[in-house]
Design a protein around this ligand. Structure first.
Ligand code: ZN
Ligand code: ZN
Ligand code: ZN
Length: 705
């Protein structure tokens, strides 16, 4: 460290430097770096500070300070050895989240520079980076946030932030330690997987689960993610054996291209020139080959979804046969997708019924594990069973019992529609043809959970793939999956950062929590309760949706002409008192032009519950009738004429209709009016009509309790 040329030093200066060195050793333990005690050196900031931050003094806001370090440094002035006091701080130099406080001595006036964080060397020249800034870059990667979010968080609690450039530099610094930690954990996982496989099934080779995760959301029509991560997971250990990142762009190369210069030497992240869809097969084959090379065992089984051409590519690269097992989760989803496509044609296929079919599919697979022929029959029996033909059903079918009803089918009866039978048979036959791939019951759920960890550290809404950032985040996720939350301790060692007790304690807490969560998820009782809650929630939603009418469907404002408002909540509830006993109960029903608040009443129908007296009137419509209402009531209007099922009907004016109704009601005085949905719809409608001028009717109801 260039403290100065070796010239003659005064004895005072000599002691000062000696004591400074001593102090530094006390603070930093065995680490050999020197605390900058000289204010000339402290004048040269290693981190750019934003112009906007210039006005912030040491008295503003909060700082992240290592208390033990500060306490130690305040013990003795470098010049005279007397105690330093924090309130004698002259100024503060900030380097990201770290600061150097220049504190003057009350006794000798010497200015001592005291840092708030330890430092470490990054292999370059210079005074070394502050631990806190490097740790901040690591923390940001681990939490999956970016520098904006980081600065927002710290600004809220009053801590001055760090510039984007400075943070990027620290991010580059931790790239190597992170990737090393992740790749080392993969190597260990390969070793473990190999030895477990050899113990369990010698001479059989490795079984690998593989899937790809893209950093941009896309549908089957447009996959153009700038990057993708392929992950191979061992089926025995459930650990990541290898992962590979494909990137289509590099920020530095792009910039150099734009201003037409040669790019500076950098850790280039561009390694892909083809389409995003081709990433999956290529990366898969590459990973398999790498795993074979490292484990000296052949990869013989590949468990994956049926989306990509990975199989043929892997066979080509590995040069030997490869068995494929389909992922049950994906297959279940594709069965569901095929059924949803039939929804428009067959209205009877509600979401609940499709979920029932998916459940049957899962049962068939789990009950016929490793039995391809049995699975084939079971899958075809599902359709037969639903249509009331139980010849092929296994012993799970209870249709032989007397009074058997289908719990999951409408009205408990089997389906009868011929064309539905044909369509369903086609779907389940095509699934049954793949029963050999399905029978082993392979699942790539591990890979999907890993993809979720990736997404938690590299959100899909932000593009990290043009720099080291994505590699850092993926490496952090992989290390977390393989090692656990305490992977960060390894990274700290590799990055020469001071160990942290708080990190250790927090990792223990997190792993304890995770263990409890896993135990909780595996508990069959809790699973049962969850299912029950799900069922309740679904039926609640269904009844609410029925009440509200169509409120959401894709492109509904393009396609549907009228939007029905929901059944309105009653703002004014008629003051009805309890009826002890009443002989006259009149049931009434209103047909309206829509469910909207200001709809027209089209028909009033009423009937005495015990006598044969009945009443019915059609009313002249004022507004157009919504198609949904027409479908229910059979009432349509054209040119002011009201039609019932296509035949014109006689109508009264609204006022006359209500007057007639009230005089009909007179004969049954006193009476109770009852209606289906009365509280939420009909009573409210009558209330609205009263506002429109039919006061007499309303007062009639209110007084004839
Ligand atoms: Zn002093
Ligand atoms: Zn590049
Ligand atoms: Zn059956």
């Amino acid at each position: 460290m260039a403290v100065g040329k070796r010239r003659f030093l005064s004895s005072k200066e000599k002691t000062r430097r000696e004591s400074a060195k001593q102090l530094m050793e006390n603070i930093n333990g065995n680490r050999t770096e020197i605390l900058k005690v000289d204010k000339h050196i402290a004048d040269k900031p290693v981190i750019q500070i934003d112009q906007d931050d210039k006005d912030i003094t040491w008295k503003d806001g909060r700082r992240l300070v290592e208390l033990s370090l500060l306490a130690e440094a305040l013990k003795a002035c470098v010049g005279c050895g007397s105690n330093l006091k924090l309130h004698n701080t002259i100024n503060e130099q900030r380097f990201g989240f770290a600061s150097i406080l220049n504190i003057s001595c009350e006794q000798c006036g010497y200015l001592t520079a005291i840092p708030t964080s330890k430092r470490h060397f990054t292999g370059q020249r210079g005074p070394g980076a502050f631990d806190i800034n490097t740790k901040m870059a690591l923390g940001m990667t681990d939490c999956g946030s970016g520098h904006r979010q980081l600065n927002k968080l710290f600004a809220t609690i009053g801590v001055p932030g760090i510039s984007a450039n400075a943070l990027k530099t620290r991010e580059r610094e931790v790239n190597k330690p992170l990737v090393e930690t992740a790749k080392n954990s993969c190597l260990e996982a390969i070793e473990e997987e190999t030895s477990l496989t050899l113990d369990d099934t010698p001479n059989k080779g490795l079984a690998i689960k593989y899937d790809m995760c893209w950093q941009k959301r896309g549908s089957g029509r447009s996959y153009d993610s700038p990057s993708g991560v392929g992950t191979a997971i061992g089926s025995m250990t459930g650990k990541i054996l290898d992962y590979g990142i494909c990137g289509k762009n590099c920020r530095i190369c792009l910039y150099a291209e734009k201003i037409n210069i040669e790019a500076r030497p950098h850790n280039c992240k561009k390694n892909w020139n083809q389409s995003s869809k081709a990433m999956e097969a290529f990366t898969g084959a590459k990973l398999m080959q790498n795993i074979e090379d490292l484990s000296h065992q052949p990869v013989t089984i590949l468990i994956m979804d049926d989306d990509a051409a990975t199989m043929s590519k892997a066979r080509e690269v590995l040069g030997h046969e490869l068995e494929k097992w389909s992922d049950i989760g994906h297959s279940k989803k594709s069965v569901g997708k095929a059924l949803y496509n039939l929804q428009n044609k067959h209205k009877i296929l509600t979401t609940r019924i499709i979920q029932y079919f998916q459940k049957c599919f899962s049962y068939a697979v789990t009950q016929n594990k490793d039995n391809a022929l049995g699975l084939k029959d079971a899958l075809q029996a599902i359709v037969e069973h639903v249509f009331g033909n139980h010849v092929k059903c296994g012993n799970w079918c209870k249709a032989g019992n007397v009074n058997y009803t289908y719990k999951s089918l409408p009205h408990g009866k089997p389906f009868e529609n011929e064309s539905l039978y044909v369509d369903l048979s086609i779907i389940f036959k095509s699934v049954a043809n793949h029963s050999e791939k399905l029978a082993p019951g392979g699942s790539t759920r591990d890979v999907e959970s890993t993809n979720n960890i990736y997404a938690s550290k590299a959100h899909k809404r932000t593009c990290y793939s043009t720099s080291e950032s994505l590699e850092n985040r993926i490496a952090a996720a992989a290390a977390q999956k393989n090692i656990g939350y305490n992977y960060m301790e390894d990274v700290f060692v590799k990055a020469h950062l001071s160990p942290s007790k708080i990190l250790e304690v927090n990792c223990q807490k997190l792993s304890r929590e995770r263990k409890r969560q896993l135990k909780f998820e595996g508990d069959p009782e809790i699973k049962k309760r969850k299912l029950l809650m799900k069922k309740e929630k679904r039926s609640n939603t269904e009844s609410l949706e029925k009440k509200e009418g169509v409120t959401y469907s894709s492109n509904m404002s393009f396609t549907s002409v009228t939007c029905d408002a929901s059944i309105p909540v009653i703002k004014y509830r008629p003051d009805l008192s309890e009826v002890a006993s009443c002989e006259n109960i009149v049931v009434f029903d209103l047909e309206t032009s829509s469910l909207a608040l200001d709809c027209d009443i089209l028909q009033i129908a009423a009937s005495h519950l015990h006598k044969t007296s009945q009443y019915s009137t059609y009313i002249q419509p004022g507004k157009s009738i919504s198609t949904q209402a027409s479908a229910v009531t059979g009432l349509t209007s054209k040119g002011g004429v009201l039609f019932y099922n296509g035949d014109p009907v006689q109508v009264l004016s609204q006022e006359a209709a209500f007057q007639n109704f009230t005089s009909w009601l007179e004969q049954h005085k006193p009476c109770v009016l009852a209606a289906h949905n009365c509280k939420t719809f009909d009573a409210w409608q009558i209330n609205v009509q009263s506002v429109k001028g039919v006061k007499r009717f309303c007062s009639y109801i209110l007084t004839h309790k």
